[in-house]
Design a protein around this ligand. Structure first.
Ligand SMILES: [Zn+2]
Length: 400
């Protein structure tokens, strides 16, 4: 078995499970056998390969628990129109909006989609993301949702990054169901979810619960049918206004409620009572030019655990960089830097039920590690977007 040693680490910043807190270790080394961390300490023995960390910062690889990476083309033209003040209707008339992404998926073959998705995974990994949750949700019919999930599965098998698949037929209403939303919910529940479950190509089931999208009752039905088929619930909740989605997250046993810019006090209480993790997506608020960030401090004060994600997607947040999301979280939501690192590594892994294997640098965990080009954690928010990464190690293999 190949062994690897990281030496000359300046600061090792990680969540520490026995102490249940973030720790900063100095003058330490990391010993790796195969894909697993086996030793952390000073003066470790020899290894087949060495990384000299040059007294730089070392952290766990990022776990990004919310992305929509299966689409054909970017939507930069509608972005430019929006910057010039175009309305949603004007963008839709010009062929933009989600319909653009729906047509892209429906008119593409699996092999057309594999290449762009693979390129996006290369980019995630180079930015230090070693595990990424990936949603379907631009096909919005049975065939195209299955196609999207198959693309995730195929890229995942060939790529070094770990991709965690989520079915999201409940992302939006496709045009053919514009006037009969309940019929689309029937299609999701009676046809899509059973088909996805039969193929075992998704772990989670997500729904966009919001006024004007899927109602509280429709969302509840979609999540419950998913659970009956072995798909674990997570939810897009209270992004634009309070629709009771955070409350539904609590009632439905969702591991995570995401967005939450408009979450109510009752919703926060329900989340805390039921151990629902708040996955915050500040990149979307930023990308849409808004100022109402999710209430981090309120969530924390209520005892809700917080995770961070990019929400990478072609319409409302074309951001893949977790280092930038970390910086934005510190600046816009006033998250202390070590808390932000925990939210982007350990707690985000927990929101995917993966915290026993990834999300921290601890013995017996997977060797998913970032060796930074900077010395101290506090430089991550300070550098905003100009982050240097010396090496990414994924499953004990040096990627770059
Ligand atoms: Zn999303």
């Amino acid at each position: 078995m190949n062994s690897l040693k990281l030496t000359n680490i300046g600061q090792l910043v990680t969540y520490d499970s026995p102490r249940d807190e973030m720790v900063v270790l100095e003058n330490t080394e990391i010993g790796i056998e195969g894909n697993t961390i086996v030793e952390i300490g000073a003066n470790l023995g020899d290894a087949d390969q060495l990384i000299n960390c040059n007294q730089k910062l070392v952290t766990p690889g990022f776990v990004d628990p919310h992305t929509h990476p299966v689409f054909l083309d970017g939507r930069e033209d509608e972005f430019a129109m929006r910057l010039q003040g175009a309305t949603y209707e004007e963008i839709a008339e010009a062929g933009g909006g989600i319909i653009n992404s729906i047509n892209g998926i429906r008119n593409s073959s699996e092999s057309d989609l594999i290449s762009p998705v693979k390129t996006r995974m290369d980019r995630f990994l180079s930015l230090g993301t070693t595990t990424v949750e990936c949603k379907s949700g631009y096909g919005l019919n049975t065939k195209s949702e299955l196609k999207s999930l198959k693309v995730i599965d195929e890229v995942n098998q060939a790529h070094k990054i770990d991709m965690i698949p989520t079915f999201m037929g409940g992302h939006a209403f496709p045009p053919e169901f514009k006037n009969d939303h309940d019929a689309y919910v029937d299609l999701i529940c009676n046809e899509m979810i059973p088909a996805v479950a039969k193929q075992s190509i998704a772990k989670f089931n997500d729904v966009f619960c919001e006024n004007g999208y899927f109602s509280f009752e429709q969302s509840r039905r979609i999540l419950n049918v998913g659970k009956e088929h072995g798909l674990m619930p997570r939810i897009h909740a209270d992004e634009f206004e309070d629709s009771g989605a955070a409350k539904l997250a609590g009632e439905s046993g969702s591991i995570s409620a995401d967005h939450l810019m408009a979450v109510s006090d009752v919703g926060i209480r329900k989340m805390a009572e039921n151990g629902v993790i708040a996955t915050l997506l500040p990149g979307t608020t930023f990308f849409l030019g808004k100022s109402g960030y999710a209430p981090y401090q309120k969530l924390k004060d209520a005892g809700v655990e917080v995770a961070l994600a990019t929400d990478f997607n072609p319409g409302s947040c074309h951001i893949q960089s977790m280092p930038f999301i970390l910086s934005l979280s510190c600046i816009a939501m006033k998250i202390p830097v070590l808390e932000a690192i925990k939210a982007a590594t350990f707690t985000s892994a927990k929101s995917l039920f993966l915290n026993d294997t990834v999300g921290s640098i601890e013995i017996e965990k997977k060797a998913d590690i970032i060796v930074w080009g900077i010395e101290r954690a506090v430089q991550i928010p300070y550098l905003v977007s100009d982050h240097q990464i010396q090496n990414v190690v994924k499953n004990g293999v040096i990627i770059s």
